[in-house]
Design a protein around this ligand. Structure first.
Ligand code: FAD
Length: 286
């Protein structure tokens, strides 16, 4: 099923993100957790593509295929391009087709220290256009409520986002954020720029301190005082921090749904406990 159809219904889309295990762990090591996560029946689950895009696509394909065919939840495979040639992308698209994967989140990917990027693709919009030309896939793109780090300013970033939509991105999934007001301002900018596709809000329940430090250094999300206070108060009490992180994410989601967002994309961090708590708290509100 193409996920485009999910956005035509009269309710918000509720989706998850998971990641494949590291190369030195067997792929089966995540199957139990994935099965529990899939049992929550989100509308779809997206599967990340190894950071930097240099590690090959097979684990993303295997997990996306497992989710769809064995656990019966629609899947979306992430695909990055900046470290790939057209021939490499062709091979990946052929594998997607062979495994019945119809939905792709098309990304530029990040530059990796010491790795010379390939020259075939500079931006995700070029990958969107290429995929559209190559096959019958549903294409999503990424967006940044707090502006992408490489963009000169928020206007330039949203105009580039419009190019990505024009090139074939049929819906967008946002980077995680902790301050809903920033997301609403971004939606206004997107509207002014003429972006009319559905935009899902990316929500990351922060359940341990290491996770937040890593995430913020990677994506630069700003931390509202209320959130920082919570982290500070509970940082040495793992269970309290986990519960506070879940409560914070639920509060964000309730506000987003009340404001009529198109969808919620939950960064599950492969944690079934957290995914279940949040799903049960919001499933009647979608
Ligand atoms: P683009 O849309 O190409 O934008 C990148 C930058 O280029 C922006 O600053 C933009 O303003 C600018 N730009 C775009 N088009 C133009 C143009 N035509 N001219 C000039 N400037 C332009 N990374 C992974 O490695 N694996 C993953 O699985 C993964 N999943 C992700 C999922 C989500 C929901 C998000 C939000 C990010 C994900 N990332 C992933 C991270 C992503 O690869 C990085 O954020 C990357 O730096 C940008 O990717 P993009 O597709 O948004 O790039």
């Amino acid at each position: 099923m193409k996920i485009n159809s999910l956005f035509q219904r009269d309710r918000a889309v509720f989706s998850f993100e998971v990641f494949p295990p590291k190369k030195d762990s067997p792929i089966e090591s995540v199957y139990d957790k994935l099965e529990e996560i899939c049992a929550l029946k989100p509308d779809f689950i997206s599967v990340t593509y190894g950071a930097g895009g240099t590690g090959g696509h097979s684990r993303t394909v295997d997990i996306a295929s497992k989710i769809k065919h064995d656990f019966h939840v629609e899947s979306v495979a992430h695909l990055t391009c900046v470290n790939s040639t057209k021939a490499m992308i062709d091979e990946t698209l052929a594998d997607f087709t062979a495994n019945g994967i119809e939905n792709i989140l098309a990304l530029r990917g990040d530059y990796v220290d010491g790795v010379e990027p390939q020259k075939d693709f500079r931006y995700a919009s070029e990958l969107c256009a290429y995929i559209r030309e190559k096959g019958d896939f549903d294409i999503s793109g990424a967006c940044y409520p707090e502006t992408h780090v490489d963009a000169a300013d928020e206007v330039e970033d949203v105009l580039n986002l419009k190019k990505k939509v024009d090139a074939g991105a049929q819906h967008l999934i946002s980077q995680l954020f902790f301050d809903n007001a920033l997301f609403y301002r971004f939606l206004e900018r997107a509207k002014i720029a003429g972006i009319r596709v559905p935009i899902e809000a990316g929500i990351m329940p922060v359940t341990n301190k290491r996770q937040i430090e890593r995430m913020v250094s990677l994506c630069g999300a700003s931390l509202p005082p209320k959130f920082a206070k919570m982290m500070q108060r509970y940082e040495s009490k793992p269970e309290a921090l986990r519960d506070a992180g879940i409560a914070y994410a639920v509060e964000q989601i309730v506000d987003l749904l009340a404001n009529g967002v198109d969808g919620i994309h939950l960064y599950t961090m492969n944690n079934p406990y957290v995914a279940e708590k949040i799903t049960r708290a919001v499933e009647n509100l979608l």
